[in-house]
Design a protein around this ligand. Sequence first.
Ligand code: SF4
Length: 375
Amino acid sequence: MYDQAAKQALEPISPQYDPWDPIRSKERHGEHRLTSVELTVTNLCNMRCEHCAVGESLTLTEGPRIPLAVILKRLDEVEELETISITGGEPSYHEQTVRDYIVPILKYARQRGVRSQINSNVTLDLSRYEQMAPYLDVMHISFNYLNADDFYQVGFVNSARKVGKETAVKMYDRMVDNTVALAKGGMFVSAESMINYRTHEKLTAIHRLIEEMGCRRHEVHPMYPSAFASKLPVLTLEQTRAAIHGLLDGRSRDLWMLFGTLPFYACSSLEADLKLVKRLREEPNVTVRNDPDGRNRLNVNLFTGDVYVTDFSDVPSLGNVHTDRLDEVYARWKAHPLGVTVDCYCPAARCCGPNLLVADMYYKQTDFTSRQAVV
Ligand code: SF4
């Protein structure tokens, strides 16, 4: 078992306690606050998935990172910090990054009582992930497959050099073995699946595999056309609704399901949307997270120091950690005309509105600030 002792004082992450949900600070303060920081620690990755949300930023080499002390100082200045997410690329691509940045940042978070997540494909050596285990709250992986063939078809589409099937099969097997080992050791592994043109009819089978691997949560998001995914076929809202109903029908009631970035709201004029919103509320062990992007979170690039509202939207950098405190950058976002367009809130529905990608894809003509929840 990984060292669980340090975790004992902390509230367990659960359907009742999801510190990444911006609704918590909104309810507490009556306004959104900066409570979450995402750190992009690498642009390197051993995969090139067809849906990659940061695909265009992936590189083959990269220069030095900003010194850790500068990053920790900027984090220290965020008074209400509750969560840190570490992302890439594949954050563990180089073991040195794990040792020199990831583990120290996780230790910092643990000492401060800030909850942590890392987004990883867990296809590399198990030892890299084991180093993080004592300090990490959530290991977030992507899982959209029924077998190695699915993985091969999705995972290397955008690679500059052809990746052989045998290599892909080995990586798939290692990913599954690592997930099982980490979950067995006590790590909270949350596996995310996308609802997209490949997965929408097999989500329940994917869900069963995620449960079999020992994951503690299945996270489900529709795929939106950003970065690499912008070239892929888009599902209709009807297909997306059907996929969610199918998954709710076939899922295991024992596994926490977290839905995020859903394009269905309690203010909809469509009966089908309202029915789904109500069902999601009533299902046991199911939560719908409001999207942190554009609400309570900023993303920091550890190479340039640039600070973004999200790691994948087209909003340009709003500041830089070399010159700005993160709460100053956040104040700029709150005054930004784009942020204002989706800044709605219906307390009874516990909804903070759509994120920019969702609004842009399905609701270009809709003024959410003039709508109200009806259920
Ligand atoms: S907060 Fe916005 S999106 Fe959510 S129900 Fe209310 S008006 Fe609709």
